[in-house]
Design a protein around this ligand. Structure first.
Ligand SMILES: CC(=O)N[C@H]1[C@@H](OP(=O)(O)OP(=O)(O)OC[C@H]2O[C@@H](n3ccc(=O)[nH]c3=O)[C@H](O)[C@@H]2O)O[C@H](CO)[C@@H](O)[C@@H]1O
Ligand SMILES: C=C(OP(=O)(O)O)C(=O)O
Length: 421
């Protein structure tokens, strides 16, 4: 199993290009199922989750053509409407084929995702939303069996649906389903994440009629068919945020290219509060830091508040910052798996319920640690970059799910990171 070996204590300098966002690429690739003619996507990041999604689409009969960061999907001849347990267990985002399959083909069989390292993560709102649009939904043998065959013209029916919890992939699944429904769908308390907006923009290029993405009410006027289009995937704000915290912690000066400061306001504000200097243009962010930071309190919440996908990275930062801070996780019930591993590196953290109390220490120490999920792994990489001596991170396949060429990008900035088998 691959490991990452990091020699800590090097400051970062230079430029790094931010990749397309995993969390936008995955739903948009699934949206390819809705189009009757080829959908051409650019800036698709080279990630394990993207490879898994392309494999899943291929098993359904979608013709996939990948050249560098360009992917063309031809869903004119889809023959299978199933996402098996084997696929869904490697990647929860496979649930995003449910809405498109049902809307276009009137039938879908998708394995229920189980819980995962960060929480139980049910998909009840995806299911209830589709039910509200008239679909027959049954759960048997761990699979969601969905059908519209009893509906007029076998089409989902537009509906008003209020989601009592803000769910990102739930909003995306329902938005994709509603795009081909008969009539108007209104999604209330919708997720406002930039990846939802990117998906809506792509769907609109494909012929959908979606308004309000980026606000908490999304209105979708269903159309009879969607066609292909061309779309570049929005930049990955979480990848960008991770590099920003890296520079703040190690000290140095780095410019992120293809970054959108308007999508990272909460993160930028917290980094400034910690003492990093940040300057921006519309498509770049420069972080300058002495490496001496003040601890900052963090509370995760849906966009535009502080993202849960940046919590582990800020926890790592607070462990070596001056002062005491609280990190409150309000989205997932078990997203503190990095705490034990950071403690192995000398961090002083106490967890009570969904709150971690972090007391900054003078220095972290390199150690052998285990990556448990994607962002926990990112937090450990950041800790390793500033720790004294060598940090060995095991199970880094989690990182490969969501960070494109991580060690290459870090080394380009001067870090000393290598992969071992
Ligand atoms: C592929 C992708 O885009 N993943 C992101 C997406 O995950 P994902 O879309 O799975 O996360 P959700 O926004 O759905 O989850 C938010 C909360 O709602 C709960 N919930 C969700 C759906 C549902 O039907 N019932 C329910 O109770 C979840 O358990 C969680 O407590 O948003 C998360 C929150 O920003 C991010 O951490 C993930 O990186
Ligand atoms: C939790 C994440 O991803 P996923 O929803 O794909 O598990 C993440 O990107 O941090």
């Amino acid at each position: 199993m691959d490991k990452l070996i990091i020699e800590g204590g090097v400051s970062l300098h230079g430029e790094v290009l931010v990749s397309g966002a995993k969390n936008a690429a995955l739903p948009i690739l699934c949206a390819g199922l809705l189009a009757e003619t080829p959908l051409k996507l650019t800036r698709v990041p080279e990630l394990r989750d993207v490879a898994s999604t392309l494999k899943l689409l291929d098993t359904m009969g979608v013709k996939v053509n990948k050249q560098g960061d360009m992917v063309t999907l031809d869903a004119s001849d889809v023959a299978s409407f199933e996402a098996t347990y084997e696929m869904v267990k490697t990647m929860r985002a496979s649930i995003l084929v449910l809405g498109p399959l049902l809307a276009r083909f009137g039938t879908a069989r998708v394995s229920l995702p189980g819980g995962c390292a960060i929480g139980s993560r049910p998909v009840d709102l995806h299911i209830k939303g589709l039910q509200a649009m008239g679909a027959a939904m049954h759960i048997t043998h761990g699979y969601i069996q969905a059908s519209t065959l009893h509906l007029p013209n076998r089409r989902l029916q537009g509906a008003k649906y209020y989601m009592d919890i803000v769910t990102v992939t739930g909003t995306e699944n329902l938005m994709m389903a509603a795009a081909l429904a008969q009539g108007i769908t209104v999604l209330e308390n919708a997720a406002k994440e930039p990846e939802v907006v990117d998906l809506a923009e792509c769907l609109n290029k494909m012929g959908a009629k979606i308004k309000g993405a980026g606000t908490d009410t999304i209105t979708i006027e269903g159309v009879e068919r969607l066609t292909g289009a061309e779309h570049p995937i929005v930049c990955d704000r979480i990848e960008a945020g991770t590099y920003m915290v890296a520079v703040a912690m190690t000290g140095g000066e780095v410019t992120l290219k293809n970054a959108r400061p308007d999508l990272l306001e909460a993160v930028i504000e917290k980094l400034r509060e910690a003492g990093a200097q940040i300057s921006t243009t519309a498509h770049s962010i420069t972080v300058k830091s002495s490496g001496k930071l003040k601890a900052v309190n963090v509370r995760t919440a849906p966009h535009p508040a502080f993202p849960t996908d940046m919590q582990a990275q800020f926890m790592a930062m607070n462990t070596m910052a001056e002062g005491v801070s609280t990190v409150v996780e309000t989205i997932f019930e078990n997203r503190f798996m990095h705490v034990q591993e950071l403690q192995r590196m000398g961090a002083n953290i106490e967890v009570q319920g969904n709150t971690a109390l972090v007391k900054g220490v003078a220095a972290l120490e390199g150690a052998n640690v285990m990556a448990t999920d994607l962002r926990a792994s990112a937090g450990l990489v950041l800790a390793g970059l500033v720790a004294e001596g060598e940090t060995v991170i095991d199970r880094i396949y989690h990182l490969d799910r969501g960070y494109e060429r991580l060690e290459e990008k870090l080394n380009q900035l001067g870090a000393k990171v290598r992969r071992a088998h």
